[in-house]
Each structure stands twice: as C-alpha cells, then as structure tokens.
Design a protein around this ligand. Sequence first.
Ligand code: SF4
Length: 333
Amino acid sequence: MKRPRILSGMRPTGPLHLGNYMGALDNWVRLQDSYECFFSIVDWHSLTTDYADPGAVRENVLEVATDWLASGLDPARSTLFVQSLVPQHAELHLLLSMIVPVPWLERVPTYKEQQQNLSDKDLSTYGFLGYPLLQTADIIVYKADAVPVGEDQAPHIEIAREIVRRFNNLYGEVFPEPQTLLTEAKRIPGTDGRKMSKSYGNAIYIKEDPENVRPKLRPMVTDPARKRRTDPGDPEICPVFDLHKVFSPPGVREWAAQGCRTAGIGCLDCKKALADHLLARLAEVHARRPEFASRPDTVWDVLVEGSRKAREVAEATMDDVRSAMKIRYDVKK
Ligand code: SF4
C-alpha cells in the first residue's frame, strides 16, 4: 500500500542542539516507519534572513546532514536532500508568485514579528516577504499529503493550502491540499532557562562530547527561590525539571519532584540524574556520529543522491504545472 508522503525541512544554521533534536528530528526518525519521507536542508531559506553572510552555509549543510544521519534518518527509507540542488523549487516559487496576492504574504504572523526580532538585518527584501511562498513550493512540488510541524508553524501550512486552492481553481486540480501533521511541542530550555537556541549561547549540541554535557548541566538555572540545599523547591518552575519531563522515566521524575518539594535531594543530585538519563537517551546518536563525521564525502554522497531522487519527483510535478499553465512546449497539445 502506498504510504502517505510528507515533507519537512531544516535551515542549515549549524550543528543541531537538543531543541532541534527533540522538537523535530526525533519525531522524523519515527515517521519514517509510516510515511514516505522527504527531508530537505533548506539553504535558500537561510538566505532569506542571512543573505549578507552566506560564508558558513556549506559547512552548516554538512553539519546538519551529519546530525541527521547520526540521529537515525535513513537514506534507504527517506529522501534526504538539499533544497538548492532541486531547482524546480525555484521555478515553482516563481510561478506561484504570479498568482499570490502580496497581502496574503504580509499577513503571515511571523512576517512582522521576525522583522522586529531581527531588527539588525534589513528584511525589507522580496525574498523575506516571499518566504512562505518558497515554503509552499517546497511542499507542493512533491505533492506532499502532509507536513509535520509544531503549532507555531501551522499558519504557514494554512497559507500553503490557500495557495493550492487558488492554483487548482485557476488551472485545474494539480496539487493535493497538504494537511498539517501536528507534532507534540516539547519545551526544551537551554542552560539559562530560556528556550534553547544557538544565538542565546545556552545550547547543548548533538555533536557534543558526552563528557562536556555534565559540566554544562551542573550550573544550569533552577527554581530561583531554592537558594540553599535545605530550601524546598517547586519543580514546575524549574527548567531542569522541564528536561526531566522529556528525558527521564516517570519514576525518576517523581523522585525528582518529591525530593525537590521536600528538600530531600539537592539540585546537583537532581541534575546528575538528569544527565544520566539524557546521555542514555542520546547514547546511540553519540555512538553513530563520529563515524559519519569522519566521512564527509559519504555524507555529501547521501545528499547528492537524495537530491537526484527529489529532482525526479519534482520534475514530474513541474511537467504537470507547466501543462496546466500552458507553458509546456515539448509536447503538442
Ligand atoms: S531539585 Fe531539581 S527540580 Fe528542584 S529546583 Fe533543584 S534542579 Fe530544579
């Protein structure tokens, strides 16, 4: 039986951290069992905000792909590719730009939000405004049935569906409307308690030597009211406990919560238990990564071969699109 097709992508911003891993990658690894998966390193997307500084893109593509393979994305089951090696995305983006009204793009919630957040960059470019259009092209060029996303990304899928409806109304049924495959949002705080992010300097990376993880966790922010070992704490406001919720089994979580509330354990005991379970959870990834990291040519080969496969699928779609838009000249119609 044909499995439903999904597509998702990641920007090549550098080595992946636990937020990327638990927020997306770990889920993608599981989805490989039930879906036909296309996973893309979306290098053009990184240029929508970092166009002035593209020096690290190539290296970052390799870092992301190495983390993907170490995490268990399997090129025998999934198509792993680089967006810019599949120029059909750009062609479809251009054609969609003919039919999509600018206000549709301006009202995407993240548009204004990101312009404000990244005020050190000039984001008054067409590329940045057109980002949801490129994302739509990424999805529908594979006629994907669904897109695994967190809730914050759901509006982008909604605009993709609107664009598909407009295209199909104008030119006939070419694309299925992609569905949202909502993934469970896991809160992964960094060592300073804020959301884990490379730019905050609070991240723990997949590639990190396990020996460095414990010293990073030791000074991690806790319940600020728990100043002394004898003070009881509140695990529900402690970022360390947020990580326990993700990495530790229920019995350990209970032990930590109870010990915290009664001052029966110290924060260092609590962090040590977290480190044990976090490292156990990542043990396979840590074991696999050095092998891939030592063979960058093999990693590139995976991406080149995946991109070749992706191009075949994307080109078949573009044949349909060109026919529908009456700009296909290699056939007599
Ligand atoms: S005991 Fe654990 S949950 Fe409680 S404040 Fe310390 S680190 Fe946080």
